[in-house]
Structure formats: C-alpha cells, structure tokens
Design a protein around this ligand. Structure first.
Ligand SMILES: Nc1ncnc2c1ncn2[C@@H]1O[C@H](COP(=O)(O)OP(=O)(O)OP(=O)(O)O)[C@@H](O)[C@H]1O
Ligand SMILES: [Mg+2]
Length: 343
C-alpha cells in the first residue's frame, strides 16, 4: 500500500476547468511528474474532459485524490466534552442531527479532535471537534464518474482542507514561508465560489465557502458594459486598454466579496480572541484587476498572492514550465489534493 502511494494525482474538478497535477515522493522531497488542465464545456461531458486531462498529463499513475465542495458538504466546529475516540465516534453519530441539515443516514460523517483549539470560556473538560458530513449520493456520484473514467480514487477530500494542505506543503518547502506561530487566512477565488480557510500551526480553525467568484465578475462586466457573457469574459481576461472600465464594472462585486470574507475574519477573531495576521490569495480570479486594493481596504491589511509550486522540482518531459507557472495560482487545490502523498 505504501509503495503504491509514491505517486498520486491531485484531481480538481472545478466548475470552469479540470486541473490535475501529479506528484511523486522522491524520499526527501516531492517532485511534479505530470500536469494538465482543460476547460469544462458542460456538466454532461465532464467525464470526457477528465479523460482528456489524463491523456494530456503524462501521468504515471491513475491513483487520484479528489475534492468535493458545495452545499452537500457540511463542515462544523463544535464544542464537546473530552472523551475517548470510540465515545467520540458514537457521540458524533448520535448528535450529528444537531449540527447538520441532513438526515444522519444520508451522509458520510468524519470527525477530528482539535486538541490545541482553545476558545476563551471553554471548560478544561471540553474540546473542539471538527465535524465533516458529506451527502452519500454526492460522493457516490463523484466516485462513479472517476471510476467510469478509468481512475482509481484513493481519497475524497474537501476543497477547503486541500487549500490548507497546499499551504502546509509550501511552508515545509520554503524558507521564506517559515512557519511561525501566526494566523494565516487562505482565500481561493474560483469561478463559482470562494474557499476560505483560517489556519494556525497546521490546523484549520475555520472554513467557509462563499458563493461568489469569477462568474459574478463576468456577470457584472456584462451588465455594466452591455455585452454578452462571452465577450465580458474576454474583456476580463485581456482588457486591452479597457482596464479602467473593467475595474469600475467589477468594483461593487469585489467589495461584496471582500466584505463576506471580512465577516469570516470577524467571526474567527471574536471566537478565538486573536487576529488574522496574514492573508494569502489564490485561484484563477486572484488575477482580477483591482482586487488587491479592494481587499486591502476592506481588511485593513496587506494581502499576499502565492504560488504553491514555485519551490518544487519538475520531473517530466511533457510539462511546459511556462504554462505551469502561468497557471500556478489555479493549481492550489490540486496541489493540496496531491499532497496527501504525505500520508
Ligand atoms: N487573468 C484573469 N483575470 C481575472 N479572472 C481570471 C483570470 N484568469 C482566470 N480568471 C477567472 O478565474 C476563474 C477560474 O479559476 P479557477 O480555475 O480557480 O476556478 P474553478 O476551480 O474552475 O472554479 P470553482 O472552484 O469555483 O469551481 C474563471 O472565472 C476565470 O474567468
Ligand atoms: Mg476551484
């Protein structure tokens, strides 16, 4: 089992593009040994798109780790009495209906104790527990899609946690990012949604998905500049002299997103009585003009953009390093999924 996990593909089935990155464990470090991405044409042909990605990626393995996200995925941080692992598993099963909006029989449940999480006012005999519930049918459909595409799904992760795992991998690989005891807010802005994960010392203390992203910016451009969605997407990706108009068109949507994210910071800061120290932005929409000033205004702090693979070796004859680097910001989730190689 261990030997067969030396190489893994992190497969991120996003709403706008399927992205896959293969990582191989070289013993003292990981190398990137395959990569491909393809735009999603429609929901009905997603299996074909996945197969195209696998035909193009130069991958050595069909073992994949994928992620799920959306309204069928529920993540809760709950306070419970300290108890043994076995009691915890039972308690979670019996109490799950208090925390999740689905029937317990309808979901796959997972939980993890967060030993170091301390809220002001929490009793000595209490602990924080991370509870994850995903609708069974949702996971089953996702896994069936992968099996039909000839893949071997090993783990199904959750996008928000993959975001955190990619950041952890980055901390391990980079001196500049050396992990000091601070609170990092990770924000991945895709096409449909924005993932938020607030991390401290390698543990996620808060995650949330906000249903605002690149499509909403395109909508705003289409409305403000009176053009269809395709043309608006084109102006967004290459403004060609229309930068000022573009920034003006997306301003309100950007501010809305910034405010939603800021609400999450407020929630974390109130709950744990400590501030978010640094903010790290990724995802395809991170490149939107005007994003940095809008976010910095809303958060009252400087934001960082980051590249999950800049310190990693590429060992592949088929990867174009320039294409990989140009897409790095969109690959955070897939890198986080593949980083399950760590065990
Ligand atoms: N240079 C750019 N400027 C602004 N937006 C961009 C740029 N490049 C890509 N985008 C936007 O990024 C989005 C795609 O990013 P990404 O691949 O992270 O999304 P996704 O994973 O498919 O979506 P989701 O996670 O929401 O399902 C699209 O909305 C696209 O328009
Ligand atoms: Mg995404």
């Amino acid at each position: 089992m261990l030997a067969s996990k030396k190489t893994l593909v992190g497969l991120d089935v996003g709403s706008s593009a399927v992205k896959a990155i293969e990582m191989t464990d070289l013993g003292d470090r990981f190398a990137i040994t395959g990569y491909a991405q393809r735009p999603v044409e429609s929901k009905d042909t997603i299996g074909d798109t996945i197969q195209e990605v696998f035909a193009a990626g130069g991958f050595r393995t069909r073992q994949v780790v994928t992620g799920v996200s959306g309204r069928s995925v529920i993540v809760r941080y709950v306070t419970m009495m300290r108890m043994s692992d076995e009691d915890l598993r039972n308690a979670v099963k019996y109490e799950a209906d208090k925390y999740i909006p689905f029937e317990v029989e309808e979901v796959i449940l997972d939980c993890q104790r967060l030993e170091e999480a301390k809220e002001p006012g929490m009793g000595e005999n209490e602990m924080k527990v991370l509870l994850v519930a995903v609708k069974k049918t949702f996971i089953e459909d996702h896994v069936a899609l992968l099996l039909e595409s000839g893949l071997k799904p090993l783990v199904v992760d959750v996008d928000c946690f993959a975001l955190g795992n990619a950041f952890e991998l980055k901390l391990m690989n980079s001196a500049r990012f050396e992990g000091i005891d601070k609170v990092d807010a990770l924000i991945d802005i895709g096409a449909n949604k924005t993932n938020i994960n607030i991390m401290k010392k390698g543990t996620s203390y808060f995650t949330r998905e906000v249903y605002l992203g690149g499509n909403d910016f395109t909508d705003a451009i289409s409305r403000r500049l009176s053009m269809d969605l395709q043309e608006a997407e084109g102006v967004k990706l290459s403004p060609a002299g229309r930068d000022a108009e573009l920034e003006e068109a997306v301003q309100q949507t950007l501010d809305d997103l910034a405010n939603e994210i800021h609400l999450s910071f407020d929630y974390y800061e109130n709950q744990f009585d400590e501030e978010v120290d640094e903010v790290f932005i990724s995802g395809g929409s991170a490149a939107l003009p005007g994003l940095a000033p809008s976010f910095e205004r809303a958060f009252g702090k400087k934001i960082n953009f980051w590249d999950p693979i800049e310190d990693m070796e590429i060992r592949s004859g088929t990867i174009d390093p320039n294409e990989l680097a140009a897409n790095a910001s969109r690959l955070v989730i897939s890198v986080g999924l593949a980083s399950r190689l760590r065990g």
